[in-house]
Design a protein around this ligand. Structure first.
Ligand code: F6P
Length: 328
């Protein structure tokens, strides 16, 4: 069993609101349990460059409400190489660090698992932090709730102007290969159509749907396009539709990186606190190569191996069907 004394924490990949509450929870839970804590800047990049600093309870004061990550983040290619991982290991060893918490998405976990298999004397725990909500082993990932609320706020505003001008808007949202944000935002904003990567978009059906809306005197229409949709982005789909739907004034909005920022919602603050607390306690209990998640409102611990191999995108048929019925 790994008995740990000094823990390091990093955030990696795309930042997500809720990472800061999670960092605060990790630091304070570890100190409460008598562990030393080290923060690593810019994810695996900082690990390789030995960019680390000791963290105390006051170093995480007043960060619950902050978006982004006080530790900064990066997408680090050198950590994918054996040489990069060896340097990272030496940097941890020379500081006496025997446990590592990584907050991020599947790319972050892939790096952590590989590292942990090569250097099992450093215990590793993952915390799911990504707005995409695309990780097996946790119903929710950090940042998803806040990002969805940000999207909803933006689409509500677009609906005002769409309605005023009787316009059709194609709005592209983030999520990489996952339509989780698009689907929740679509239900919440009463979108006329939601295009997801998990479902082949039938352009003919979309056009029928929009024409039927016109005949039912809908004054505005909103089509949400998840960025991973197979037909391309919102501009591509708008062009396909433009050729066939007449009398509609069509506009396109790409929401982009504003979806990643902002003060974390209550849900993400609580989730970050719970997952950080659970991650440290799991390490103290001797666990490694695992990920902490939330399922049915309880903490669940899944092996990183399973989290990565079970990774799949399933269409939430029931929600999709409901969204279609409610937007008639
Ligand atoms: O994974 C989070 C995410 O915001 C995705 O939704 C998006 O595809 C990607 O990151 C964008 O990455 P970057 O900020 O590196 O352009």
């Amino acid at each position: 069993m790994h008995k740990i004394s000094k823990l390091a924490v990093l955030t990696s990949g795309g930042d997500a609101p809720g990472m800061n509450p999670c960092i605060r929870s990790i630091v304070r839970t570890a100190i409460y349990n008598g562990l030393e804590v080290v923060g690593i800047r810019r994810g695996y990049q900082g690990l390789i460059e030995d960019d680390m600093f000791p963290m105390g309870t006051r170093s995480v004061s007043n960060i619950l409400n902050l978006g982004g990550t006080i530790l900064k983040t990066a997408r680090c290619l050198p950590f994918r190489t054996d040489e990069g991982q060896e340097i990272a290991y030496q940097n941890l060893k020379k500081r006496g660090i025997d446990a590592l918490v990584v907050i991020g998405g599947d790319g972050t976990f892939t790096g952590a698992l590989r590292f942990s298999k090569s250097y099992p004397d450093v215990a590793v725990m993952g915390v799911p932090g990504t707005i995409d909500n695309d990780l097996y082993g946790s119903t929710y990932t950090l940042g998803f709730d806040t990002a969805t609320n940000t999207v909803i706020e933006a689409i509500d505003k677009i609906r005002d102007t769409a309605d005023a001008h009787d316009r059709l808007f194609f709005i592209e949202v983030m999520g990489r290969d996952s339509g989780a944000i698009a689907l929740r935002a679509g239900i919440s904003c009463g979108a006329e159509a939601i295009l997801l990567p998990e479902k082949e978009t039938a352009i003919d059906d979309l056009i029928e749907n929009l024409k039927s809306g016109q005949s039912k005197k809908k004054s505005s229409s909103i089509v949400i396009v998840a960025e991973g949709d197979k037909h391309g982005g919102a501009y591509d789909i708008a062009k396909l539709v433009e050729k066939q739907v007449k009398n509609y004034d069509i506009k396109v909005t790409i929401l982009g990186h504003l979806q990643r920022g902002g003060s974390p919602s209550a849900f993400d603050r609580v989730l970050g606190s719970r997952l950080g607390f659970a991650a440290v306690n799991a390490l103290i209990a001797g666990k490694t190569q695992m990920m902490v998640g939330l399922e049915a409102n309880y903490i669940k611990i899944t092996s990183l191996e399973e989290a990565l191999t079970q990774h799949e995108f399933k269409l939430e048929e029931d929600l999709m069907k409901m969204a279609e019925i409610l937007s008639i």
